[in-house]
Every structure is written in structure tokens, then in C-alpha cells.
Ligand binder design. Sequence first.
Ligand code: BGC
Length: 516
Amino acid sequence: MAGGGFSSGNSKDYPGGLTKKVIIASIVAACGGLIFGYDIGISGGVTSMSPFLKEFFPNVYKKQSEIKDSSNQYCKFNSVPLTMFTSSLYLAALFASAIASFITKAWGRKTSMLVGGVTFCAGALLNAFALDIWMLIFGRLLLGFGIGFANQSVPLYLSEVAPSKYRGGINMLFQLSITIGILLANAVNFGFAQIKGGWGWRLSLGGAIVPAAIFIVGSFYLDDTPNSLIERGNLQKAKENLIKIRGVKNVDEEYDDLVAASQESKKYSWKNLFTRKYRPQLIFTILIPFFQQFTGMNVFMFYAPVLFKTMGFGDNASLISTVITGVVNMFATFVSILTVDKFGRRALFLEGGIQMFVCQIVITIAIALKFGINGNPGALPMWYAGLVVIFICLYIAAFAWSWGPLGWLVPSEILPLEVRSAGQSINVGVNMICTFVIAQIFLQMLCALRFGLFIFFMIWVVAMTLFIYFFLPETKGIPIEDMSGIWKKHWYWKRYVPLVDEDKDLELCKDENYQK
Ligand code: BGC
């Protein structure tokens, strides 16, 4: 698969800097992240709006208003169609990213970005004008399809046009734009929920058209990447484009390396990643996205308003609290951007894990004390509600400077070029499957496990923090070409990665320069 790689290529300093073309590409890419984030944030808000529930999920609406003291509060939103509304998008995104990886390879990154933008717009329109639940779900599937295409091609596009020294920053820019998208969705939900007549949810869902339109127009304007043109045999055009995006004429060295890298990558296939010497990379590309989702973060991203309502917050208080969590999520991402190369990945992962664990304990105790087994409807005292919101914010901040951005950065930087594509596709695929699972089972789990739900995620947070502590070597400041060395020195992984790389040594022996 072509796969999306955030940080690809090597860290050589080729001529050329941050040109207008690269900046425009970053803005277009930011719209790709915005679209993704907007969708993460929008569904929770609309599913907590009573007019929306009344129209599409009348049973949930009825259950919500009927549940009295003796019955189980935790179950008032438990409905498979309701969770399908949220989760269907991720299933579609998973399939689409697999299809997109072939299209991105055969027809270029730009084609996939355009397909993504157009399908996304169609989905947003269908949702805005939905008359029944099927139009709604079909719209979500189209949105998911669009996101699958965009998420597969945009990061790849970015890593290929960005000058190597800006790659790390641009990687985090994608996560930052996801959080801005989530925040926008939270704010839009709050604003449109105030519209008289109760049709504000249509604007919330339709609002996705704005970033999508910018994304389509932007993608139209962009040229395809030199890497993609070389891959498709269009060498002359590739060189012309490289000169345009670097803003200098002297691109021969980079161009020659791109051609060599393209030929080299053709020698390797998917199967390589499953050989013994890539075992650490394979394990991390599977476990990092898995753990990222099992922190429980998306419980808040998808269902925060529903959760706040379950805890007795009013309609508006739920939506405002969600906006607050969105602001925290966005600002805390900056902490990661500013500190990741100073303190390193391990420090952020470990601190984030411990902070999330402590917050989950407090949130569980607070909910258990107040609601007990069956949940106690009735409003929460202000101070109590405030305390819960503060701890949820501290939990979100911890995620936003650890597992959020690092969940994308680390897999992409530990993968060597020959297996980067394959590994990155696995990373995106596992992320989408796990996002789907969490979105699908959360409301049922809340109903079955009640306040114990957070204990479930707490156990995972302990497991992932221990895993990082024992198994992740520090990758800070290590050039991508030298990354394989970190495994050879690691107490556990060294048994998989030979101290002497037989393949490379064999190649070196054949290399004339080396013999000299
Ligand atoms: C995750 C998303 C999550 C978002 C929250 C991303 O890194 O992949 O699932 O919703 O962070 O900011």
C-alpha cells in the first residue's frame, strides 16, 4: 500500500526552504485535519440535542425523558442505531483508506485528495438535509469514505513536499488541526443548538462543507508530489515540480535521491514487515494506535455532551463543558509541539499516562459517590459539576500532549523507508478499527459497567504506561536513517534485531565505493 507517512525520506539538508507552495500545501492539509476533527467533535453534540433525537432516534428520546429514580440512569442513551451514527464513519474510513492506498499509488496523491474532498462534501450535504435515519447513516458513510481518502493521502503529500528539516513540526500540525476541528465542532454545536425551531443540528452537520470546499479548491490548485510522479514514471514533470516547490534550480541531489529511493522501495514488499528483524516496528505500529484508542479519550470526544447529560448537566451546560474540553485539547497540543524534542517521547508518554490514570480514579470516585449503581437523576451541585469538569480537562490535557500527537509521530519515525508505507497503513488501519470499536460499544458499556467503565480504561492506561516504560527506546533527536540502532541496544529488542545487519552488509560489500 502506498500508506500515509508523516515523516518520510531522510534528514539530509537539501537546497531550498519553506516556499509559498509548501505553505499552501500545509494549509490545504490543515483543512484535511480540520475535516477529520470536525467529524470527531460534531456527532456527540448533535446526539445530545433533543430535537435531533426526537426526529431520528425517538426511542432514545422517550427513554431519556422516562427514566426515573429507580431505573438505570447510565442506560438512557444506550441505543445501537445511535452509536452506529457515530461509529459507521470509522468503518467506512477504514475501507476507504485501503482503497485509497492503491489510488494514491496509481493516480497520485492529488487524485485521492480530490476524491476525499468531493465524497466528504456529498456526505455533509446528505446529513444536512437528512429526512430519515438511512440518509443520516449513508451520509456518515460518505463522510467516512472522504476521511479515509484524505487521511491516507494528506500526510503522505505533506511529508513529500515538506523540506526535511520541517517534517517533525508539520507532523504535529496535522494533530493540531484535528484538535482545532474538534473545537470548532464543539463551538458550532453550542451556537446552533440555540436556534429556535430546533433545526440547528442541520447547520452543525452541514457546516462540514466549509473546510471540505477549501480542501477541494486547494487540492485542485496543488501539483502532485515529485515522489508520486517519479513512482509513475513521469520523470521530467517530477523534476519541474521539485524546482517549483523548493524555489531553487539546484535540486539535482534531492532528485537523484528520490529516484534512487523509489527504485529501492520497489524491491521490498508488504511481507518484509513480518520478518523477524522488523518485529519491534511491527509490534509498535499495531500497539501504539491500539493503546491510543484504549486510553478512552474518544469517549469524551464523541460522547462528552451525552456523558455530561447523563451526569445531570442541563442541555446548555453539557455543550459549554464540551467547548471547554475542546479548548483544553487544542492548547495542550502546543505543549507537546514545544516540548517533544526537548524532553523526549518517553517522558511525555509516561507523564501523560500517570496523569490520565490519576484523573480516571478521581472521575470514577466522583461519579460513583454521586450516582451509585443506578444513577441518581437530579442536578449536580455547581461545585461538584465543576470538579468533575476540571478532572476531565486534566485528563484530556494529558492525552493531548502524550498519546494524541505521539500516537501518530512515533510509528511514523521508527519505520525504515523500505517498510514505511506498509507500516503506516497498518497504523492507520488499527487506529480506525479501534476508533470504530470504542464508538460502537461505549454507550452499551456505560449501561453495563456504569461508573466502572472508567476502571476498564484505567487498566489499559496502566498497561500502556508500563509497556512504554519497558519497551520503547527514546527516539528524540535520532536521524531517521540511524533509527535501527536503537533496537540493537535495547534490553529486549536486541534479540530480534541483529547487531550486524546481514542484508546491508552484503549490499555494502557489493558496493564499489565501499570496497575502495
Ligand atoms: C486521535 C483521535 C482523537 C484525537 C483527539 C487523535 O490523535 O487519533 O482518535 O479523537 O486525537 O484530539
